[in-house]
Design a protein around this ligand. Structure first.
Ligand code: PMP
Length: 351
């Protein structure tokens, strides 16, 4: 604490990201990164972007990337915004669509950044409890509000909401902006992008950090009505016009063009997820059926925190959230088959 700090910063509890340990051999299953590297085509595109052109600022509007994304997702470039990771876009949303005094509805168990941004930007919010089965109940989101923000599939529960329920949220709240964070949708959810022509209050946010193996590049996209996109552009241009560098723009475009690697990596992860779910269950764990690239697993009678620490001391990193209702679970990113078998051996040893 320092006398120069603003009152907001004195009062805020920032988001705590998963550890990025630098030690040698470790099994890193704590931040939902993709275990497979970006394809050669993507790496080549980025190397080709390392030219003298770096002396120039990048295209602030990410024109080519927005065109590539629009044609990939069957929408138009005016309905696409590109940002420095989806976290940045989420932060911009709070400034673009809400004012102090507005009310947001947020699930009680979800991506913690949604509450951190609300606190940072002074937006009031109510947390809406998930059902005992960790489902988002659309009926529970019936209250009048200025915005709703949720992840579909949800994190860290891994559960997906059918598209019809997302549509109900947008339909029931025509005065509110409904923000759907689809960070994990490629692993098994239904995207709300096809709903966009029908709902001018719906914004869908995507990231290249998970299914596209590019967490280190920092690329996120938002899709929505051009008026919503315009608001995001305004916020960006009040903060930093050049959020996505030349190299990132080139890598992201190449990723959208490399469908084969993308699909094959997704298939491997989904296959490993299903094997790991069965093996963990056979080893006595309760595992929530996941539509994402991570699993929530608990072992009846054994505190998850102890397991987390014991794994950590063996250089196996998973995530533990000291939060009511989920503090009995480990969140385990789906890695390679080899990663999962090291994890399973360790867990079998510890339980
Ligand atoms: N949304 C959710 C639900 C996430 O789990 C994450 C990753 N921690 C993000 C957004 C942020 O992703 P990005 O790397 O694009 O900022």
């Amino acid at each position: 604490m320092n006398k120069y700090w603003s009152e907001t910063i004195k009062g805020i509890i920032p988001y705590v990201p998963g550890e990025q340990p630098r030690t040698g051999r470790l099994v890193k299953l704590n931040t939902n990164e993709n275990p497979y590297p970006p394809s050669e085509a993507v790496l080549e595109a980025m190397k080709s972007a390392v030219t003298e052109r770096l002396k120039l600022y990048p295209d602030p509007n990410c024109t080519l990337l927005r065109q590539a994304a629009a044609s990939y997702y069957g929408t138009s470039p005016e309905m696409v915004f590109a940002g420095n990771g989806s976290d940045e876009i989420l932060a911009f949303c709070y400034k673009a669509f809400f004012d102090p005094g507005d009310w947001l509805l947020i699930p009680d168990i979800t991506y913690n950044f949604y509450e951190v941004y609300a606190d940072l930007f002074g937006i009031s919010y109510q947390t809406i409890p998930l059902t005992p089965e960790f489902e988002v109940s659309v009926q529970a989101f019936a209250e009048p509000c200025d915005g709703i923000i949720l992840a579909n599939p949800n994190a860290p529960t891994g559960k997906a909401l059918p598209l019809i329920e997302i549509e109900a949220l947008a339909k029931n709240h025509p005065e509110a902006v409904v923000i759907v964070d689809e960070a994990y949708v490629d692993f098994g959810g239904e995207s709300a992008i096809p709903l966009l022509p029908f709902y001018d209050n719906l914004l869908v946010i995507r990231t290249f950090s998970k299914s596209r193996s590019l967490a280190g590049l920092r690329i996120g996209l938002a899709f929505g009505h051009p008026d919503l996109i315009e608001a995001l552009i305004r916020v960006r241009d009040c903060v930093n016009c050049f959020t996505v560098d030349w190299i990132a723009q080139a890598g992201a475009i190449a990723s959208l063009r490399d469908e084969t690697t993308f699909r094959s990596n997704l298939a491997s992860i989904v296959n490993t997820r299903s094997k790991a779910t069965s093996l963990l269950r056979a080893a006595g764990f309760e595992v929530i059926a996941s539509s994402t690239n991570f699993l929530m697993a608990s072992y009846p009678g054994l505190p998850a925190k102890g397991l987390y620490e014991a794994l950590r001391s063996r250089n196996i990193f998973v995530r533990f959230f000291p939060k009511p209702r989920i503090d009995q679970y480990l969140r385990i990113t789906v890695g390679t088959d080899e990663d999962m078998s090291i994890l399973l051996d360790a867990l079998t040893d510890l339980t």
